[in-house]
Design a protein around this ligand. Structure first.
Ligand code: FES
Length: 147
């Protein structure tokens, strides 16, 4: 009697466990779109040693005391002193033309003659009143990257 009673208890417990397990299965089946998605939709992993930003140019392409305009990216990269790199928006703060030339220590706008200093983007000659906004870059080895 004791053995049979124990067997029934084990069977009943097993059935109950299966029932709970099935509820869990059907539940997760219904909600697979919502419960599993946040984990699956997590942003792609970035390896910790990967360089920040996207490569823009090489340090060798930026003349000392001058700079280079990247029209597609709308960025001017300058090198006021050897090894010191700066970046600014290439959009003139006067009326929005794209700057066209870097010469004699200034970044020049062709539309109305504004000039901005390569060292800090400040106005050297109007009519622009505001400096070119700085852009964040990083230099890793010989590569200049836009963050
Ligand atoms: Fe550049 Fe006017 S838009 S000087």
């Amino acid at each position: 009697m004791t053995n049979s009673s124990t067997r029934r208890t084990v069977l009943a417990t097993g059935v109950a466990t299966l029932a709970v397990g099935c509820m869990g299965c059907s539940n997760s089946g219904k909600s697979s779109g919502s419960a599993a998605s946040p984990t699956a939709a997590a942003s792609p992993t970035k390896s910790p040693g990967a360089p920040a930003g996207r490569a823009l140019t090489s340090t060798a392409d930026i003349p000392v005391g001058g700079g280079k305009i990247f029209k597609v990216q709308k960025i001017v990269v300058t090198q006021p002193k050897k090894g010191e790199f700066k970046a600014f928006s290439a959009i003139c703060t006067h009326e929005g033309c794209t700057v066209a030339r870097v010469a004699d220590g200034t970044i020049d706008c062709p539309c109305h003659g504004s000039k901005f200093r390569v060292a800090d983007g400040s106005v050297a000659h109007g009519p622009a009143m505001k400096p070119l906004p700085a852009k964040h870059i990083t230099v890793e080895g010989n590569s200049i990257r836009v963050v």
